[in-house]
Design a binder for this molecule. Structure first.
Ligand code: SF4
Ligand code: SF4
Length: 160
């Protein structure tokens, strides 16, 4: 399955030193410069996101957030206000290679690179530490199959 973002906002909350506004063209259009790669993007705040963009309370909680990130606290969701004219690096970014959902479809954990698990579920953490973390497999495909088999038996879904 292709990567899809669950809008937790974690990645965007630390991008304030990376994405810097270098110019304004009016009509809610900005020049964004990536201070690490030098990439420059002309992005426009989506009309339906303007009300969120004008509310700067996101920065009280995340002072290092990207200038275009906003968190909707009522929905507990993060939004990129310049989507779909966001920088290429954001379009290509994916934060997991395996996504693990619990029996209710809620995110329980994400496997990032290697076998590192970012986990939000105590049972999953326990199973991972005792049965998966040190598990050996012939190759990555086999490892993923075995992880999927173990977790599926416990009621999780594994998306890859
Ligand atoms: S890319 Fe990942 S970390 Fe960033 S908002 Fe989406 S789910 Fe969260
Ligand atoms: S431009 Fe959008 S997706 Fe990219 S870091 Fe900023 S808020 Fe996140």
């Amino acid at each position: 399955m292709p990567f899809y973002c669950q809008q937790c906002g974690e990645c965007c909350t630390q991008m304030g030193d990376v994405h810097v506004i270098k110019g304004e063209f009016g009509n809610n259009e900005y020049l964004i410069r990536n201070e690490y790669t030098g990439e420059e993007t002309r992005s426009r705040v989506s009309p339906q996101m303007l009300h969120l963009f004008e509310d700067r309370s996101t920065f009280e909680r995340w002072p290092k957030a990207c200038p275009f990130f906003r968190c909707d606290t009522s929905e507990k969701k993060g939004y990129c206000t310049v989507y779909p004219t966001w920088p290429e690096i954001c379009r290509e970014f994916s934060c997991w290679r395996l996504l693990i959902l619990d029996a209710h479809g809620r995110r329980a954990g994400r496997v990032m690179t290697g076998t590192y698990l970012a986990c939000e579920d105590n049972l999953l953490r326990h199973v991972w530490d005792y049965h998966i973390r040190e598990m050996e497999a012939a190759d990555d495909a086999e490892w993923q199959r075995r992880v999927t088999r173990i977790l599926t038996k416990l009621g999780y879904s594994v998306i890859r």
